[in-house]
Ligand binder design. Structure first.
Ligand code: MG
Length: 224
Protein backbone atom coordinates (compact mmCIF):
# COMPACT_ATOMS: atom_id res chain seq x y z
CA UNK A 1 0.00 0.00 0.00
CA UNK A 2 1.53 3.36 -1.00
CA UNK A 3 0.90 5.12 2.31
CA UNK A 4 1.14 2.27 4.82
CA UNK A 5 4.80 3.02 5.64
CA UNK A 6 4.06 6.67 6.49
CA UNK A 7 3.97 7.48 10.20
CA UNK A 8 4.40 11.29 10.03
CA UNK A 9 2.27 13.59 7.90
CA UNK A 10 3.81 17.02 7.35
CA UNK A 11 1.94 20.00 5.91
CA UNK A 12 3.10 23.36 4.67
CA UNK A 13 0.63 26.09 5.65
CA UNK A 14 0.10 28.91 3.13
CA UNK A 15 -1.55 27.89 -0.16
CA UNK A 16 -1.45 24.27 1.07
CA UNK A 17 -3.83 23.84 4.01
CA UNK A 18 -5.98 26.65 2.64
CA UNK A 19 -6.36 27.03 -1.14
CA UNK A 20 -4.43 29.57 -3.20
CA UNK A 21 -7.76 30.26 -4.93
CA UNK A 22 -8.93 31.99 -1.72
CA UNK A 23 -6.51 34.77 -2.70
CA UNK A 24 -5.65 35.14 0.98
CA UNK A 25 -1.86 35.15 0.83
CA UNK A 26 -1.45 38.18 -1.49
CA UNK A 27 -2.77 40.28 1.43
CA UNK A 28 0.13 39.09 3.59
CA UNK A 29 2.65 39.76 0.81
CA UNK A 30 1.19 43.26 0.50
CA UNK A 31 1.78 43.83 4.23
CA UNK A 32 5.44 42.79 3.81
CA UNK A 33 5.96 45.54 1.24
CA UNK A 34 4.13 48.04 3.43
CA UNK A 35 6.30 47.10 6.42
CA UNK A 36 9.47 47.80 4.45
CA UNK A 37 8.01 51.11 3.20
CA UNK A 38 7.07 52.27 6.71
CA UNK A 39 10.17 51.00 8.49
CA UNK A 40 12.69 52.43 6.04
CA UNK A 41 10.60 55.40 4.91
CA UNK A 42 10.56 54.34 1.26
CA UNK A 43 7.91 54.90 -1.42
CA UNK A 44 5.84 51.72 -1.79
CA UNK A 45 7.19 50.77 -5.23
CA UNK A 46 10.79 51.04 -4.02
CA UNK A 47 9.89 49.17 -0.85
CA UNK A 48 8.42 46.32 -2.88
CA UNK A 49 11.66 46.02 -4.86
CA UNK A 50 13.68 45.99 -1.64
CA UNK A 51 11.36 43.39 -0.15
CA UNK A 52 11.74 41.27 -3.29
CA UNK A 53 15.53 41.53 -3.03
CA UNK A 54 15.48 40.39 0.60
CA UNK A 55 13.14 37.52 -0.28
CA UNK A 56 15.32 36.31 -3.16
CA UNK A 57 18.56 36.69 -1.24
CA UNK A 58 17.48 35.16 2.08
CA UNK A 59 14.51 32.92 1.20
CA UNK A 60 11.97 34.90 3.21
CA UNK A 61 11.58 38.63 3.66
CA UNK A 62 11.84 38.12 7.41
CA UNK A 63 15.16 36.27 7.16
CA UNK A 64 16.57 39.24 5.23
CA UNK A 65 15.12 41.76 7.67
CA UNK A 66 16.65 39.85 10.57
CA UNK A 67 20.05 39.37 8.89
CA UNK A 68 20.44 42.93 7.58
CA UNK A 69 18.42 45.02 9.99
CA UNK A 70 17.89 43.04 13.19
CA UNK A 71 14.20 43.93 13.27
CA UNK A 72 11.83 43.20 16.14
CA UNK A 73 10.33 39.89 15.10
CA UNK A 74 7.15 39.81 17.17
CA UNK A 75 6.20 43.31 16.01
CA UNK A 76 6.75 42.27 12.38
CA UNK A 77 4.50 39.24 12.91
CA UNK A 78 1.75 41.45 14.38
CA UNK A 79 2.09 43.86 11.44
CA UNK A 80 1.71 41.07 8.85
CA UNK A 81 -1.32 39.64 10.63
CA UNK A 82 -3.41 42.77 10.04
CA UNK A 83 -5.21 41.04 7.17
CA UNK A 84 -8.67 39.56 6.65
CA UNK A 85 -8.45 35.94 7.84
CA UNK A 86 -12.15 35.65 6.94
CA UNK A 87 -11.08 35.12 3.34
CA UNK A 88 -9.99 31.60 4.29
CA UNK A 89 -12.97 29.30 3.81
CA UNK A 90 -13.92 26.80 6.50
CA UNK A 91 -13.09 23.26 5.41
CA UNK A 92 -14.80 20.59 7.52
CA UNK A 93 -13.88 17.83 5.04
CA UNK A 94 -10.18 18.65 5.49
CA UNK A 95 -10.50 18.85 9.27
CA UNK A 96 -12.13 15.42 9.29
CA UNK A 97 -9.57 13.85 6.93
CA UNK A 98 -6.57 15.17 8.90
CA UNK A 99 -8.07 13.84 12.14
CA UNK A 100 -8.27 10.37 10.60
CA UNK A 101 -4.64 10.18 9.44
CA UNK A 102 -2.83 7.38 11.26
CA UNK A 103 0.28 8.75 12.99
CA UNK A 104 1.71 12.14 13.75
CA UNK A 105 0.54 15.30 11.99
CA UNK A 106 2.70 18.45 11.89
CA UNK A 107 2.80 21.85 10.20
CA UNK A 108 6.13 23.02 8.75
CA UNK A 109 6.01 26.64 7.57
CA UNK A 110 8.41 29.46 6.70
CA UNK A 111 5.88 31.79 8.35
CA UNK A 112 4.91 32.53 11.93
CA UNK A 113 3.28 30.12 14.37
CA UNK A 114 0.71 32.74 15.43
CA UNK A 115 -0.28 33.25 11.78
CA UNK A 116 -0.60 29.47 11.39
CA UNK A 117 -2.89 29.27 14.41
CA UNK A 118 -5.12 32.01 12.95
CA UNK A 119 -5.35 30.18 9.59
CA UNK A 120 -6.03 26.79 11.19
CA UNK A 121 -8.71 28.30 13.40
CA UNK A 122 -10.36 29.87 10.36
CA UNK A 123 -10.32 26.51 8.51
CA UNK A 124 -12.15 25.03 11.48
CA UNK A 125 -9.39 22.91 13.05
CA UNK A 126 -9.89 22.38 16.79
CA UNK A 127 -6.83 23.38 18.87
CA UNK A 128 -4.21 20.61 19.02
CA UNK A 129 -5.27 19.05 15.70
CA UNK A 130 -1.56 19.24 14.86
CA UNK A 131 1.10 17.88 17.18
CA UNK A 132 3.32 20.88 16.48
CA UNK A 133 3.73 23.90 14.27
CA UNK A 134 7.33 24.26 13.20
CA UNK A 135 7.75 27.88 12.13
CA UNK A 136 10.48 30.25 11.02
CA UNK A 137 11.73 30.57 14.61
CA UNK A 138 11.98 26.76 14.95
CA UNK A 139 14.29 26.67 11.94
CA UNK A 140 16.31 29.65 13.16
CA UNK A 141 15.24 31.94 10.28
CA UNK A 142 16.93 29.60 7.76
CA UNK A 143 13.91 28.81 5.57
CA UNK A 144 12.84 26.01 3.28
CA UNK A 145 14.12 25.00 0.72
CA UNK A 146 17.50 25.06 2.48
CA UNK A 147 18.43 21.54 3.62
CA UNK A 148 19.37 22.92 7.06
CA UNK A 149 15.71 23.96 7.55
CA UNK A 150 14.54 20.40 7.02
CA UNK A 151 17.38 18.90 9.07
CA UNK A 152 16.56 21.23 11.98
CA UNK A 153 12.87 20.33 11.68
CA UNK A 154 13.62 16.57 11.64
CA UNK A 155 15.87 16.84 14.69
CA UNK A 156 13.58 19.14 16.66
CA UNK A 157 10.52 16.93 16.15
CA UNK A 158 12.24 13.53 15.88
CA UNK A 159 10.92 12.93 12.35
CA UNK A 160 12.29 10.04 10.26
CA UNK A 161 12.11 11.54 6.75
CA UNK A 162 11.88 8.09 5.14
CA UNK A 163 8.62 7.45 6.98
CA UNK A 164 7.11 10.86 6.31
CA UNK A 165 5.30 12.66 3.51
CA UNK A 166 5.36 16.41 2.84
CA UNK A 167 2.38 18.27 1.39
CA UNK A 168 3.50 21.61 -0.07
CA UNK A 169 2.73 23.99 -2.95
CA UNK A 170 6.34 25.05 -3.61
CA UNK A 171 8.18 22.66 -5.96
CA UNK A 172 11.53 24.03 -4.76
CA UNK A 173 10.71 22.98 -1.22
CA UNK A 174 9.57 19.55 -2.38
CA UNK A 175 12.82 18.97 -4.24
CA UNK A 176 14.83 19.32 -1.01
CA UNK A 177 12.28 17.17 0.86
CA UNK A 178 12.70 14.42 -1.73
CA UNK A 179 16.51 14.68 -1.66
CA UNK A 180 16.38 14.13 2.11
CA UNK A 181 14.18 11.05 1.84
CA UNK A 182 10.62 12.31 2.31
CA UNK A 183 7.72 11.29 0.11
CA UNK A 184 6.28 14.35 -1.62
CA UNK A 185 2.82 15.60 -2.53
CA UNK A 186 2.58 18.76 -4.62
CA UNK A 187 -0.43 20.98 -4.06
CA UNK A 188 -1.09 22.28 -7.56
CA UNK A 189 -1.81 26.02 -7.78
CA UNK A 190 -1.77 28.61 -10.53
CA UNK A 191 0.50 31.00 -8.63
CA UNK A 192 3.93 31.91 -9.98
CA UNK A 193 5.47 30.72 -6.69
CA UNK A 194 3.69 27.37 -6.98
CA UNK A 195 5.20 26.73 -10.39
CA UNK A 196 8.71 28.03 -9.76
CA UNK A 197 11.04 25.03 -9.74
CA UNK A 198 9.11 22.86 -12.18
CA UNK A 199 11.26 23.98 -15.12
CA UNK A 200 13.37 20.82 -15.08
CA UNK A 201 10.49 18.39 -14.66
CA UNK A 202 8.69 16.89 -11.69
CA UNK A 203 10.71 13.75 -10.95
CA UNK A 204 10.85 14.70 -7.25
CA UNK A 205 7.04 14.81 -6.95
CA UNK A 206 5.37 11.55 -5.89
CA UNK A 207 1.80 12.84 -5.96
CA UNK A 208 0.13 15.83 -7.61
CA UNK A 209 -2.80 17.08 -5.55
CA UNK A 210 -5.52 19.30 -6.96
CA UNK A 211 -7.78 19.28 -3.88
CA UNK A 212 -6.18 18.35 -0.57
CA UNK A 213 -9.24 17.06 1.33
CA UNK A 214 -10.36 14.97 -1.66
CA UNK A 215 -6.88 13.51 -2.03
CA UNK A 216 -6.62 12.63 1.68
CA UNK A 217 -10.09 11.08 1.72
CA UNK A 218 -10.10 9.20 -1.59
CA UNK A 219 -6.44 8.36 -2.18
CA UNK A 220 -4.67 8.35 1.20
CA UNK A 221 -7.22 7.13 3.73
CA UNK A 222 -8.24 4.23 1.49
CA UNK A 223 -4.58 3.11 1.28
CA UNK A 224 -3.22 3.24 4.82
MG1 MG B 1 3.03 27.40 0.84
Amino acid sequence: MPFSDIDTWVFDLDDTLYPASSNFFPQVAERMGLYVAETFDLPLDEAKLEQRRLFLEYGTTLSGLVAEHGIEIDAYARFLMQVDYGRIPRNPALVDAVARLPGRVLVFTNGFREHAHACLDQLGFPPDSFEAIADIRTIDFKPKPRPIAFETFFAEHRVDPTRSIFFEDSPRNLRTAKDLGMKTAHIVTDTAWGNMGLEDGDGFIDHSVVDLSTFLTDTVLTNV
